[in-house]
Design a protein around this ligand. Structure first.
Ligand SMILES: C[S@@+](CC[C@H](N)C(=O)[O-])C[C@H]1O[C@@H](n2cnc3c(N)ncnc32)[C@H](O)[C@@H]1O
Length: 313
């Protein structure tokens, strides 16, 4: 019996033993594949379980005997839940189970939305515009799950504005946009600064999908990489500029992965820019990776600028 798990994290598949040891839960038995949208979750599952894990922007083709979907308002946006539910519906599994973390009423609402009109396939992508001074607005495409869907992020925009202002007239340059989401920062900078070549990295398969769509729509050549540990070693020391708008939900753990990547990826003399709402927490962290950090304020955000030392640290 082939089972596909959707929306599950590594901790959902564990059972804690008496001696504090963990093993794969009994219900995760047989030929089980666990789908993840973020490569970080795929790695976490692979590390701890004997369960196949795949990371992709869309659900893997079946045939599936059973599809189990874990969702709820605290786990993902309602639009992403609906989008995944629609994909499951189109896979036509022999059995479907919804593992809903939330109110019964919301669970029924979600199911009703897909049952209303099973023949209708909804397109959940969105188009919205963003620009920096000196360029015509770019029309971005986003999809549920990628950052930011349906709107630009003000922190990302502040970062794009500062970086493009600082780089104007300085091309050709090689820019690494880490945690690119749908590509807001990288594509705006590339439009404002002639001669910028782009590499983009994100751990989320839907972000990579959206960044690739935007590269095609804008006619920009960009290498877009799905990774949770930065750029490949072959790219070490090859970038002039690093730009990152890291998530801050895990304290500064992810910001540190970004800064570690920046330090490795930049050439000596290369410049690292990050953005945060309030610099008090991030500045001491960034100071550990670079000799010094300057703070540039924009749109109520702080852009933190550091230069990699000219000689090897
Ligand atoms: C705050 S969003 C910024 C998106 C975009 N740069 C912007 O400013 O609109 C942070 C992004 O970092 C990505 N991310 C989180 N952890 C990551 C990691 N370890 N490696 C690469 N990207 C990561 C998330 O998937 C998300 O797209």
């Amino acid at each position: 019996m082939k089972t596909l798990l959707v929306g599950y994290r590594a901790q959902d598949l564990f059972e804690r033993g008496r001696r504090g040891k963990t093993s794969t839960a009994a219900w995760v038995d047989g030929d089980v594949t666990c789908h993840t949208l973020d490569i970080y979750h795929r790695h976490a599952i692979e590390k701890a379980h004997h369960v196949k894990a795949v990371c992709s922007a869309h659900l893997p083709e079946g045939p599936w005997d059973v599809v189990k979907f874990k969702t709820g308002p605290k786990l993902m946006s309602g639009e992403l839940a609906l989008d995944l539910l629609q994909e499951i519906h189109l896979l036509k599994p022999r059995r479907f189970e919804l593992d809903y973390e939330g109110r019964e009423r919301d669970r029924n609402d979600l199911l009703a939305k897909i049952k209303d009109d099973p023949a209708r396939v909804r397109d959940f992508s969105a188009k919205w515009k963003a620009s920096v001074p000196g360029i015509a607005p770019l029309e971005f495409t986003s999809v549920p799950g990628c950052f930011c869907h349906r709107r630009r992020d003000e922190g990302g925009l502040a970062l794009a504005e500062v970086v493009s202002r600082e780089l104007r007239g300085k091309g050709p340059l090689r820019l690494l946009d880490m945690g690119c989401g749908c590509g807001l920062v990288g594509f705006l900078v590339a439009a404002a600064v002639p001669g910028v070549s782009l590499v983009m990295v994100d751990s989320h398969a839907r972000a990579v999908e959206a960044a690739n769509m935007n590269a095609r729509n804008f006619g920009v050549e960009a290498e877009v990489i799905l990774a949770d540990g930065g750029t490949p070693a072959r790219m070490d020391g090859t970038f002039d500029v690093f730009a990152g708008n890291p998530p801050y939900y895990s304290d500064y753990r992810i910001a540190e992965i970004f800064l570690e990547t920046a330090r490795r990826a930049l050439k000596p003399g290369g410049v690292c820019y990050t953005v945060v709402k309030n610099e008090a927490g991030l500045k001491p962290v960034q100071d550990r990776y670079f000799p010094s950090t300057e703070v540039l304020h924009r749109r109520g955000y702080a852009v933190l600028k550091s230069v990699r030392a000219a000689s090897a640290e």
